[in-house]
Write a protein that binds this ligand. Structure first.
Ligand SMILES: O=C1C[C@@H](C(=O)O)NC(=O)N1
Length: 408
C-alpha cells in the first residue's frame, strides 16, 4: 500500500509517499508509485501519536470496569487519533506492583487489539523491580487508589532498589498535602508548593539513583527552573503536560463545573497555564500526555479526581497548532516522537514515533480545515463525558492507521 500526503516530523514537513508492507513502513520518498490513499493539502500525516499516561482501569478484579476497560480505552484512543498508550498501575485491585499481576494485565490488554498498551508497574512501600523491563510509576502522595508513599524517606529507601530504572513520578509532597487537608477548596488542598517540593525531591532521587526519570502531568511554572537546572547538569529527566493544564485554569472554575474540573494535580493559575504552554513550545515539557482518568460524572460530582481525554487528543492538538501557533514539527515531537522513544524499549518488535523504514506503520492524520464540536454522543470512553463538551476545536482526526490497517 502507498499512502501519499503531507508528512510531518520534528525536522520538517514535506509532501511525500509512504510504502507500507504488512505491519511496517518499508520506504518513504516522493516517487514510489501510484498512491492507494491520498490525503488532501488540509491534512497532516504524523507518525502515530502516543499517550503515555492513561488509566484504563481494567484488571482481573473488574472492580473499575464500569468506568473504562482496555477495549473502550482503545476505542477512545482510536477516536482521538492515538495508536499506542501507556497505562498506569494504581487503579487495579490490588495495584500492579508484581510480576504475576503485570502479566495478567498484559494478557487482558492483548485481547483488545489493535491499540498497543504499554503497562507501567507501580512502586509502593517495600516493592522491588520486576525481572523484565517495564516503566515504573511512583506516587509520592495519595491521589486516586491505594498506591502511594506516606513519607518521602520511605520512597527514598524503596527507590534505592530501582537504580538505573525508568521511573515516572506523581509529584505531590505527602506531608504538605496533609498540612493542607482542611483547606476550603480542592485547589487549596493541593497547592503549587506541594508539587514544587515534590519536584525537588524527585530530581534528587533521579540523580541519586541514576534513574531515567519522568515527571507526570506537570502544572506549576515555578517548578520549571528546577527541571531546567537539573537537566543542565545531565540529570536524566523528561516531563509530561496534560490538555487540562494547557487549556483550563482556576479562572474557569464555577459552582456548576467544579466536579468536572477536579483532578490531581488540580487546575492552577492563568500564569501557570501560560508557563506550561511556553515550556511545551521550548521543549522543557516533552510529552502531551492526557492522564486520561475516566470516572462517572456522578463520581466526579461527589469529589473524585480525573478527566477523560483520549477521545479528544487529536482535535486538541489542532487547537495547539492553529490557535496557539505551535508548529506541526513541535507537535510531531511531543505527540509522536518523544512518546515513541519512551515506549520503544518495551514494545519490540513494534517501533513507534517516526515515519521511517522499520517503524510500525501506525499513522495519525489530522485535518486542519475540519473543525469539530465535542459532543457526548461521539465519545467512545465508557464514562461517557468530556470536559470539552460543547467546545469547538479548529481541526479534527481525519484518519488513523494501526500497523498497516486503516482503523478510522
Ligand atoms: O493522579 C491522578 C490519578 C487519576 C485517577 O483517576 O486514577 N486521577 C487524577 O486526577 N490524578
Amino acid at each position: 500500500m502507498i499512502i501519499q500526503g503531507t508528512l510531518v516530523s520534528s525536522s520538517g514537513t514535506f509532501k511525500s509517499q509512504i510504502r507500507v508492507d504488512g505491519n511496517y513502513i518499508v520506504e518513504v520518498g516522493p516517487n514510489l508509485g501510484q498512491a492507494d490513499i491520498t490525503f488532501s493539502d488540509d491534512c497532516l500525516i504524523f507518525a502515530g501519536m502516543g499517550d503515555i499516561h492513561i488509566h484504563a482501569r481494567d484488571d482481573v478484579s473488574e472492580s473499575q470496569t464500569y468506568k473504562e476497560d482496555f477495549c473502550t480505552a482503545g476505542a477512545a484512543a482510536i477516536n482521538g487519533g492515538v495508536v499506542h498508550v501507556a497505562d498506569m498501575p494504581n487503579n487495579p485491585v490490588p495495584p500492579i506492583t508484581d510480576e504475576s499481576y503485570h502479566e495478567k494485565a498484559r494478557h487482558l490488554a492483548k485481547r483488545n487489539p489493535p491499540i498497543h498498551f504499554t503497562l507501567y508497574a507501580g512502586i509502593g512501600p517495600g516493592t522491588r523491580p520486576l525481572s523484565f523491563a517495564v516503566p515504573y510509576k511512583a506516587y509520592m502522595g495519595p491521589s486516586v487508589g491505594d498506591l502511594f508513599f506516606k513519607t518521602l524517606e520511605q520512597l527514598d529507601e524503596t527507590l534505592s532498589h530501582y537504580r538505573g530504572c525508568n521511573v515516572s513520578f506523581h509529584c505531590e509532597d505527602p506531608i504538605l498535602l496533609d498540612e493542607h487537608a482542611n483547606a476550603a477548596t480542592h485547589e487549596a488542598k493541593r497547592p503549587a508548593e506541594c508539587e514544587i517540593s515534590a519536584t525537588r525531591f524527585a530530581l534528587q532521587m533521579i540523580e541519586k539513583y541514576d534513574l531515567k526519570g519522568k515527571l507526570c502531568h506537570y502544572s506549576v511554572g515555578e517548578g520549571l527552573p528546577l527541571i531546567r537546572e537539573a537537566r543542565s547538569r545531565g540529570v536524566r529527566v523528561t516531563c509530561e503536560v496534560t490538555p487540562h493544564h494547557l487549556y483550563f485554569d482556576q479562572s474557569d472554575l464555577t459552582d456548576e463545573n467544579r466536579g468536572k474540573m477536579q483532578m490531581n494535580p488540580p487546575l492552577r493559575t492563568i500564569s501557570d497555564r501560560q508557563a506550561m504552554l511556553a515550556a511545551l513550545r521550548e521543549g522543557t515539557l516533552d510529552y502531551l500526555a492526557t492522564d486520561h482518568a475516566p470516572h462517572t460524572l456522578e463520581e466526579n460530582e461527589q469529589g473524585i479526581s480525573g478527566q477523560p481525554h483520549l477521545d479528544t487528543f487529536g482535535a486538541f492538538v489542532t487547537w495547539l497548532i492553529l490557535d496557539q501557533k505551535f508548529t506541526p514539527e513541535q507537535a510531531a515531537l511531543f505527540c509522536s516522537e518523544n512518546p515513541g522513544d519512551f515506549v520503544n524499549p518495551y514494545t519490540s518488535p513494534k517501533k513507534f514515533g517516526k515515519i521511517e523504514p522499520g517503524y510500525t506503520a501506525s499513522l495519525t492524520v489530522l485535518n486542519l480545515n475540519q473543525p469539530v464540536t465535542i459532543k457526548r454522543e461521539d465519545l467512545k470512553t465508557k464514562c461517557g463525558w468530556s470536559p470539552f463538551e460543547g467546545i469547538t476545536f479548529p481541526g479534527s482526526v481525519e484518519a488513523v492507521f494501526i500497523e498497516g490497517r486503516k482503523v478510522r
